[in-house]
Design a protein. Structure first.
Length: 423
């Protein structure tokens, strides 16, 4: 594999962290290109479990270099903590991680603002992770954001931070919410800046030099296609482009340098937070799926909503991302179901649709049309090759690949590294 982008095809939490970890066995560099610490990417190695929020999952391979690209929004305090935690667990981070000088910094006032927006929305709230992601991206496009380059210049950083914090505190005062303690925050930021500054550089150069030297680069997407700010279920989305194209704008590597796109999807579907979810199961089956799949958010601990695989939505994702390698995860979660449904169309006011309707207001009224598959009722967690899978399971996987028009290349049957194989 040369340079590849890996993205989630659903609403996030597809198991991207785990697949990245498997693929990085022969990868030289992993680059995050969007999102922030709203992401939670789980990697299980033996008995150890890691949840990565900002640091690329490749950090767990000791000879892999990692980059946080310009498209990412970086909370310096949480990044400092993440680096320290990994180092305490025996992973040397500071010599292998580089942070784009152009990435935007997230501060406490962004998190408070995130909460304030949600409070104002009331019943129509988005259900954000409250990590300040939306307000930080808003500051970026408003051209008042503070970039990581200022970590190298504490005097300038302090001046900008105080100006922005004063501005936000005024809003908080007027809204009657707790203001931030600027002195206490600045003390923490100053300390984090000192720790992170040596890692800040022009990572567009870092990434391009690696590509030129023939290194293999993997771009680690966060969230999922249906949370993309343009293509997702707007406004119930995140604030960045989560689709493969963002790997270029979020890192500085040109599209001509990208060779493959790996799309990761669960064998069923989950969503955390509010917003439309066409195949959601608000019943015992959904609860069972969540229980077997241990569907609790890796970042917020919230329980994830569960439902059947939506082939219409996932085909659209595969198309937008140009997926040429499909990775299907959490197949084992379906091992004990008598029958399994796959959504192959929608019904809206009596009409059958083969694609998602244009109007966001219609999406809430879609009724899924299902194709039923018999369950295989057999454990798949020990499978290590295609031939080990029960025939009904193989048929299910082949149907998913055909329906979403993407070639199946990787199958995951459990959270561990060794519970993954190529087909
Ligand atoms: P990400 O955000 O896409 O990296 O996914 P998360 O880490 O948020 O959530 C995926 C969860 O499923 C994690 O707890 C993983 O350990 C777990 N997981 C990944 N692949 C599999 C699998 O094939 N089977 C099972 N049972 N769990 C898996
Ligand atoms: P990974 O990378 C699942 C969801 C939130 C909310 C919406 C907006 O682990 O797959 P935000 O805080 O981004 O403004 O919240 O997006 N969300 C995720 N859902 N996995 C994620 O990341 C998510 N990151 C954000 O729950 O609905
Ligand atoms: Mg996650």
């Amino acid at each position: 594999m040369a340079n590849s982008v890996l993205v989630g095809l659903q609403w996030g939490d597809e198991g991207k962290g785990k697949i990245i970890d498997v693929l990085t066995e022969d990868i030289d560099m992993v680059v995050r290109f969007q999102g922030g610490n709203n992401a939670g990417h789980t990697v299980e190695i033996g008995e150890e479990k890691f949840i990565l929020h900002l640091i690329p999952s490749g950090i767990l391979r000791r000879d892999c270099r990692c980059v946080i690209g310009n498209g990412v929004v970086v909370n310096p305090l949480t990044l400092q903590k993440e680096v320290a935690e990994l180092e305490a667990r025996g992973y040397k981070v500071s010599d292998r991680l580089r942070i784009s000088s152009r990435s935007q910094l997230v501060f406490d006032y962004h998190c408070v603002m995130d909460g304030l927006f949600e409070q104002k929305l009331g019943d129509s709230k988005i259900g954000t992770t409250k990590r300040g992601i939306g307000p930080a991206y808003a500051d970026k496009v408003n051209r008042v954001g503070i970039r990581a380059e200022e970590l190298l210049n504490p005097n300038l950083l302090e001046k900008h931070f105080r100006t922005q914090a004063d501005f936000y505190n005024q809003i908080f005062r007027e809204a009657g919410v707790q203001t931030i303690d600027i002195e206490a925050e600045w003390a923490k930021i100053k300390e984090a800046a000192a720790m992170l500054a040596p890692m800040v550089e022009d990572t567009a150069l870092t990434v391009n030099q690696a590509a030129k030297a023939g290194k293999k680069i993997l771009f680690e997407g966060a969230q999922g296609m249906w949370l993309d700010v343009d293509f997702g279920t707007y406004p119930f989305v995140t604030s960045s482009n989560t689709t493969a194209g963002a790997a270029c704008t979020g890192s500085g590597l040109a599209p001509s340098r990208i060779d493959h796109v790996v799309g990761v999807a669960k064998a069923y579907c989950t969503r955390v937070g509010e917003g439309p979810f066409m195949t959601e199961l608000n019943n015992e089956t959904g609860r069972r799926m969540g229980e077997i799949g241990n569907e609790f958010g890796a970042t917020t601990g919230r329980s994830r909503r569960c439902g059947w695989f939506d082939a219409v939505a996932t085909r659209y994702s595969a198309m937008l991302n140009g997926v040429d390698q499909l990775a299907l995860t959490k197949l084992d979660v379906l091992d004990d179901f008598d029958t399994i449904q796959v959504c192959t169309g929608y019904r809206l006011n009596g009409r059958e649709l083969k694609e998602m309707p244009l109007a966001a207001s219609d999406i809430n009224h879609l009724e899924p049309v299902y194709e039923e598959f018999p369950g295989w009722k057999q454990k798949t967690t020990d499978a290590t090759r295609w031939e080990d899978l029960p025939p009904r399971c193989q048929e299910y996987l082949q149907a998913l690949s055909r329906l979403i028009e993407a070639p199946l290349k990787i199958i995951s049957v459990g959270p561990r590294r060794d519970q993954t194989f190529r087909v």
